[in-house]
Design a protein around this ligand. Structure first.
Ligand code: EPU
Length: 338
C-alpha cells in the first residue's frame, strides 16, 4: 500500500539540499505497488527520485515525485568463480557495496562510497577509479511508466557509455528501474589498482598484495579526502562530465597549457579532466553568498548557505562560459536540473 502526500518538502531527499516542495509525493516499497500506482490517475508530470544525488530542482515540482524505496538484496546463483547478486532499486549503493565486500564478492570495490541508490546506478553507468557499473552488470528489471509492464534489460540493451545509458537517451522518462543484477567474482578477483591515487594510498597503507577490501578502504580514504560529505556540505559529486576533445585540439591546447592532463580514449579523441580546467581557470574554492566550488575538487559545486537551484544553475553557467572562453571547450553537466 502507498499513500500520497501533498506539499512535501524535497530538501531532505536530495544531496544538494535545495528547499523546494513537490505538490504530490509518494514513497513506493514494492513493484506491485509501483504497478498499481502507475495505473492510477496520479497528478502529472511524474519525477522518479532515488537517492537524490544527481538532481537540482530549479523550482517547486508541480506534479508527483515518486520515491523508490523497495529494499532487499541477495545471492541469486553461485558458480565456480562467479556469483549473480540482485539488489532492489531502493538499496543504498554504498551499503550494497559493503555487503558484497563482507561476503568477499569482488567487482564493486572501486565504486565504494558513491552516493545514491542501486536503481540509479545503471542510469548514468556510475564509475570511479577505472571501473564502471557496466563492467559488472548482468541485467536489470524495469517497469514501463506508460503501461506498468515489467521489462528485463540485458547489458547490450542498456547501451552503456561514459556516464550514459539508454535511460538517459532513447528511453528517457519511460522506465523505472526496480532491481539490478550484478555478476561478481568469488575467487581470483580482478583488481583494478592502476590509478595513481589508489597506488599511492595502498602504499601509504603499507599494503603490497591488496585484497578487494583493501582497495575499497583506499577508495574510501581518497574520496573522503577530496569529496565533500553531502550531509555536511550539500553537493551532487561531479557536477560536469570530463569533456572529450579531438586529439589535434588537445595538442594545440597543450602548446598553450603544457600542464593540461589528458587521457587518450581512442585514435581520434582525448579526455580532459574538467576539474583541472575549472581549477586552472581559478574557480576552485570560489564562493558567493549561497553557492560555490569545492576547495579540494573543482568539479564539485557546493550549496554552502541555503542556495536555490537557480543559484547553482547561474554558477554552473558562468563556469561553462568561462571554460569555453579560456579553452574553447564546452562543458556538459552531469547533474540533472529540472
Ligand atoms: N584536477 C585538478 N584540480 C581539481 C580536480 C582535479 O587539477 O580541482 C586534476 C587532477 O589532478 C587529475 C585530474 O584532474 O589530474 C583528474 O582528477 P580526479 O582523479 O580527481 O578525477 P576526476 O576526473 O576529477 C572522475 C569522476 C569522479 C570519480 C573520479 C575517480 C567524472 C565526471 N568524475 O573525476 O566521479 O570519482 O574520476 O575515478 O568522470 C562523480 O561522478 O560524482 C565522481 C566523483
Amino acid at each position: 500500500m502507498y499513500s500520497i502526500q501533498s506539499n512535501q518538502k524535497l530538501k531532505p531527499f536530495t544531496t544538494m539540499a535545495i528547499d523546494v516542495v513537490a505538490s504530490n509525493y509518494v514513497a513506493i516499497n514494492t513493484v506491485e505497488d509501483l504497478q498499481s500506482f502507475l495505473k492510477s490517475s496520479y497528478a502529472k508530470p511524474l519525477y522518479i527520485l532515488g537517492g537524490g544525488s544527481n538532481i537540482v530542482f530549479l523550482q517547486d515540482y508541480p506534479g508527483t515525485v515518486l520515491h523508490i524505496h523497495n529494499l532487499g538484496k541477495g545471492v541469486m546463483t553461485q558458480g565456480e568463480n562467479e556469483v549473480l547478486v540482485k539488489a532492489n532499486a531502493g538499496e543504498n549503493w554504498h551499503e550494497f557495496v559493503l555487503w558484497a565486500l563482507s561476503h568477499d564478492f569482488g567487482g564493486l570495490e572501486n565504486l565504494s562510497l558513491i552516493p545514491g541508490r542501486v536503481g540509479a546506478s545503471p542510469m548514468q553507468n556510475i564509475g570511479a577509479y577505472g571501473r564502471e557499473i557496466k563492467d559488472v552488470f548482468y541485467e536489470l528489471e524495469a517497469v514501463e511508466i506508460a503501461t506498468g509492464k515489467i521489462r528485463i534489460f540485458n547489458r547490450e540493451e542498456c547501451q552503456f557509455g561514459y556516464r550514459d545509458s539508454i535511460f538517459k537517451n532513447e528511453l528517457k522518462g519511460q522506465y523505472i528501474i526496480t532491481s539490478v543484477i550484478f555478476r561478481l567474482t568469488t575467487k581470483h578477483h580482478q583488481l583494478k589498482t592502476d590509478y595513481g591515487a589508489i597506488q599511492n594510498k595502498l602504499a601509504s597503507m603499507n599494503v603490497n598484495n591488496p585484497t578487494i577490501q583493501d582497495v575499497s578502504k583506499a577508495v574510501i580514504a581518497i574520496r573522503e579526502s577530496k569529496l565533500p560529505d553531502p550531509k555536511k556540505i550539500p553537493n551532487c559529486g561531479s557536477f560536469f562530465k570530463n569533456p572529450t576533445i579531438l586529439n589535434e585540439e588537445y595538442l594545440l591546447l597543450k602548446q598553450h597549457f603544457p600542464e593540461m592532463p589528458g587521457y587518450v580514449v581512442s585514435d581520434t579523441h582525448t579526455k580532459v579532466p574538467a576539474g583541472w580546467l575549472i581549477d586552472f581557470a581559478g574557480w576552485k574554492g570560489f564562493r558567493n553568498e549561497t553557492v560555490g566550488v569545492h576547495d579540494r575538487q573543482a568539479l564539485v559545486l557546493i550549496n554552502h548557505h541555503e542556495g536555490s537551484g537557480k543559484d547553482i544553475l547561474n554558477l554552473s553557467n558562468e563556469i561553462v562560459q568561462d571554460i569555453d572562453a579560456k579553452f574553447g571547450i564546452k562543458l556538459e553537466r552531469e547533474v540533472n536540473m529540472i
